[in-house]
Design a binder for this molecule. Structure first.
Ligand code: NAD
Length: 338
């Protein structure tokens, strides 16, 4: 697994993954391909950015020529680049389809041409849609409710079809909700933490009864690495095993972590198609690949809140930046470069 191309490596999960994989002795080089949308920041890479093993390419996964050129120099791909925020997908579904579906296909075409040995496509438990009871195995029907989840489901299917049709050795990971340092403050945990730390109010959708499984980003990255190293081509691996919480329970944890009270919380009407519950069965990754999430929620949330407390310079500009509040536009194709 010598030369690894990581798309979206300046985003939240991608940057954690790069910092992890670059330390492996059997990884000679890591190339990050990232368009640096409102969600991507070179600073997320920390000291990994200075590593002689790292090359940063500012570019778009939709740029077929650039992607083809990069693919020729890599034998493994870990694909995180995406439009990732559900609420934005309500206003800008086209951008989600463009990046998440056509961007994935552009990468797969190049992977096929260059005989890439491993292609891990990072996806989400949201593709299964809501489950009122039980858990979704990898065999479950995909019933996404919102444009974001539908675009991810489409990209999963395109990716798997490239294994069936062309033998591109694709694996798909479907993880539950990630949290941890460096997440964009549009997502619920950093949104609540950054507001509570400033003494500002937070809002809960509906009655706060929606259940999500909260997985520390490092645990997800360990799972993605396990799939990269040992996953069988054409297979899907659910990566769950975090903590199931309703919105109210999560809020209770965050209020406690940030030293605030329920006075800071107001309820607002629910957003469209807010799935009541996600739940995935992650026993396949556990038994076949030794995947075991290790972070406790209490420790993970405390560490996360502490990071936001210590790094206001990193997130405060993002909460003020109008671009961060606007739905995404079609992305320009940016030139390659370090
Ligand atoms: P993120 O929004 O923080 O990062 C996405 C990154 O992709 C950014 O750096 C952005 O600049 C880059 N990007 C976007 N469009 C691009 C394009 N056209 N070309 C090149 N780069 C582009 O997202 P994240 O939370 O780190 O999620 C990473 C992946 O994991 C996504 O595919 C997402 O669907 C999936 N996922 C996320 C979660 C979660 O809880 N965050 C859970 C399950 C799955």
């Amino acid at each position: 697994m010598k030369h690894v191309l990581v798309t979206g490596g300046a985003g939240f999960i991608g940057s954690h993954f790069v910092k992890r994989i670059i330390q492996s002795d059997d990884v000679a080089s890591v190339t990050v391909l990232d368009a640096l949308t409102y969600a991507g920041h070179i600073e997320n890479l920390g000291t990994a950015f200075l590593s002689p093993k790292l090359t940063f390419v500012h570019g778009n996964i939709l740029d077929a020529e650039l992607v083809d050129d990069l693919m020729a120099k890599h034998n493994a791909v870990v694909h995180f680049a995406a439009e990732s925020h559900v609420d934005r997908s309500f206003f800008a579904a086209a951008a989600f389809l463009e990046t998440n579906v056509r961007g994935t296909q552009t990468l797969l075409d190049a992977a096929m041409r260059h005989g890439v040995e491993r292609f891990v496509h990072a996806s989400t438990d949201e593709v299964y849609g809501p489950l009122l009871e039980g858990t979704a195995t990898e065999e479950f029907l995909l019933r996404p409710s919102v444009p974001y989840a539908a675009s991810k489901a489409a990209s999963d299917l395109i990716a798997l079809s490239y294994w069936q049709t062309y033998g591109v050795p694709v694996c798909v990971t479907r993880s539950s909700n990630n949290y941890g340092p460096y997440q964009h403050p549009e997502k619920i945990i950093p949104l609540f933490v950054t507001r509570l730390l400033r003494g500002e109010p937070v809002t809960l959708h509906g009655r706060g009864e929606h259940v999500r499984n909260w997985l520390h980003v490092e645990d997800n990255c360990a799972g993605v690495e396990a799939v990269l190293r040992g996953g069988a081509p054409g297979e899907v691996y659910n990566l769950g095993g975090g903590t199931d919480l309703t919105g109210r329970e999560l809020t209770e944890h965050l209020l406690r972590t940030c030293g605030a009270t329920w006075d800071a919380v107001t309820y607002v009407p629910d957003r469209p198609a807010n799935d009541l519950r996600y739940s995935i069965d992650w026993s396949k990754a556990a038994t076949q690949l030794g995947y075991r999430p290790e972070r406790s929620l209490e420790d993970g949330l405390a560490e996360t809140a502490d990071w936001y407390r210590r790094n206001p310079d990193r997130w405060a500009p993002l909460t003020r930046n109008p671009e961060a509040a606007r739905p995404p536009r079609s992305l320009p194709v940016a030139p390659a470069g370090r």
